[in-house]
Design a protein around this ligand. Structure first.
Ligand code: SF4
Length: 359
């Protein structure tokens, strides 16, 4: 009889726990890790740049329902992965179990901050009641079969759901549309502008990744009430080229936002790339502006620490974005639009004022 595949052996779980992860649920496919910005905010320092979308980092749970399970093994990915990256346990936990457990794990992981003199007291109290779930930690979340129900479960508790996908499973996005399981933010990550570069950069386990991503991009405009974001991870010498090609893809998706993220020489990617593959902030901005010339999007936020630049479609979209933040804040913080707007502008200013870090 063939032996049953077990991805998360006790040794592997221990390794993950040593790096600050918690693997939760009966079937061991969900991971949680505290984001650096959650810690930053708890120390009374700045928020992540997603302040522009209403994220309060100290209340954000960074998780994945598909730990180490992905259709890609990208050259620039900072995680360490092996041959079994596209293999998973066959059984899945239900969304309620997942949400209950990630909240418990987040509280446990943060509990040490409570006794620390450097912790901002109000922030710690708020952090015990998470308001955001970033489905982005690792793996490809559209491989989780109950993703629609997971998003509905998160939103039914008043929390926002940020979904980051590599776009290789358009049928799952169709399912979200059909079930009206719209995430608060939907990111589709785009890594190149033609099939050959796509395969080379992503080391895809599945056929025709570029064609699948285009199919997903075509669905983006159907997420009308969602913040839709076309996101690029840009690696010098690999995919910082063909601005017209990216502009064409952006026109297919008609996203509300575009994000340009510079590659960071970190973790597992150090075995595949060099420090010289990291673009400088000025190089990122030059490339972003070249794409903007073809699309008409306007720059909104520059984060030198994360080396991210955010562009927005137009002023109307920004007004709509602020209204959405107000609705979030009305639920969680009971503050009015003016106050919310003031706070967001001040967080964005802090993001822009932070000097670039070379990690
Ligand atoms: S949105 Fe992302 S970067 Fe910001 S706090 Fe949450 S996990 Fe961290």
């Amino acid at each position: 009889m063939p032996s049953q595949f077990t991805k998360f052996t006790p040794e592997r779980i221990k390794k993950y726990e040593k790096s600050g992860y918690r693997i939760v649920g009966k079937h061991k496919h969900t991971g949680v890790q505290i984001c650096r910005w959650t810690k930053s905010k708890l120390r009374g320092e700045r928020n992540c740049y997603k302040a522009a979308y209403g994220i309060r980092s100290h209340r954000c749970v960074q998780m994945t329902p598909t730990l180490d399970f992905c259709s890609f093994s990208c050259k620039f990915c900072w995680r360490t992965f092996g041959e079994d990256r596209f293999k998973a346990e066959k059984k899945w936990d239900d969304p309620k179990t997942i949400v209950d457990n990630i909240i418990i794990a987040q509280r446990n992981l943060l509990s040490g901050f409570g006794g620390n003199a450097k912790t901002a007291k109000l922030a710690f109290k708020e952090a015990m009641e998470p308001a955001h779930v970033a489905i982005s930690l690792d793996g490809e979340p559209t491989l989780y079969p109950n993703l629609a129900e997971l998003i509905q479960e998160i939103k039914s508790r008043g929390m926002t759901a940020f979904l980051v996908t590599n776009g290789t499973f358009p049928n799952r996005l169709k399912e979200l549309i059909k079930k009206k399981a719209f995430p608060t933010n939907l990111y589709i990550s785009v890594y190149a502008t033609n099939p050959d570069d796509y395969k080379f950069i992503t080391n895809s386990f599945i056929k025709e990744p570029f064609e699948r991503v285009i199919e997903s991009l075509k669905l983006m405009k159907e997420f009308e009430e969602t913040r839709t974001i076309f996101r690029m991870t840009l690696v010098k010498g690999y995919n910082i080229k063909d601005p017209e090609g990216y502009a064409k893809l952006i026109k297919i998706a008609e996203p509300k936002f575009i994000e340009f993220k510079g590659y960071s020489y970190l973790g597992g990617s150090k075995k595949r790339l060099q420090m010289s593959n990291m673009p400088r902030m000025e190089e990122l901005e030059e490339f972003a502006q070249a794409i903007a010339q073809h699309t008409g999007y306007k720059i909104k936020v520059r984060d030198k620490t994360s080396r991210v630049i955010v562009f927005i479609k137009d002023d109307e979209t920004w007004k709509w974005n602020m209204q959405k933040i107000k609705e979030q804040d009305a639920y969680f913080r009971k503050i009015n639009l003016k106050q919310a707007e003031k706070e967001i502008e001040s967080e964005i200013m802090k993001v822009e004022a932070t000097p670039e870090e070379m990690s």
